[in-house]
Design a protein around this ligand. Sequence first.
Ligand code: PAF
Length: 291
Amino acid sequence: MPLRVITTIAEFRRAREDARAAGTLGFVPTMGYLHAGHISLVDRARAENAVVAASIFVNPAQFAPNEDFGAYPRDPERDVALLEAAGCDLVFHPSPEEMYPPPEQDVYVTPGDIAARLEGAARPLFFRGVATVVLKLLNIVQPDRFYFGQKDGQQAAVIRRMAHDLNVPGALVVCPTVREPDGLAMASRNVYLSAEERRAAPVVHRALTAAQQLCHSGEARADRLREAMRDTLQAEPLVASIDYVSVADALTLREIEGAAADGAMASTAVLIGRTRLLDNVILTRPEAGGE
Ligand code: PAF
């Protein structure tokens, strides 16, 4: 079917009903300014569903007053062209007023412990904003499957937990991180990096790789993995600060004290110049049958 761009909830609900007879619907929520990482989610949704929907909505509820809501990169025309080329059928592109009409929103989804650490420690209301808008979008789109990237590993874990705890219908599909050839994870905010910072940015992936290599060589003690990550990051002069290095259980995100099990998540967030970069890898241990 030809791509339709829909800006109101009422019209999207009608389009959703019309599409029901075609088969399953896969949904990719985004804040726009799309890159190959987003398109990989659309590709996966395209392969697994009869109908593919994506949303473009920069969600004010997940930005703190001191964050970059106003400056967040936006290019909806280019986004729609990319989505069309990827075979998307429906694009939901509402205004903030459509998503948050008066009176002021009073009921939020407030994730607990899982959102209190890592990203949540630095950005206390961030996951409340994410979980709330994702549940609103899921209620509007009613997908059979919804697609998130492993790049935002904590976000995926929060959404998994929300879906479990609140009996959200449909299945969450978490897709692998898409990287630049030098290892930098694709992210819309990468455009903020200067040329020099961009050259330094792959250090984030190198730090995660250092942890993975230690695991492969038989050293799985979590504190040693965190130390290896920190050492790698500190060796790069353009890393202005390290927010956290973490080796955590991938489901609860609680820090691991002893040996990291196969499937644990190593993650970090750093400031390079004024750009905050975050990334993670799921650790594999050879003796557990991992790579
Ligand atoms: O990952 C994002 O782009 C956003 O957090 C999401 C899931 C679209 C919610 O606004």
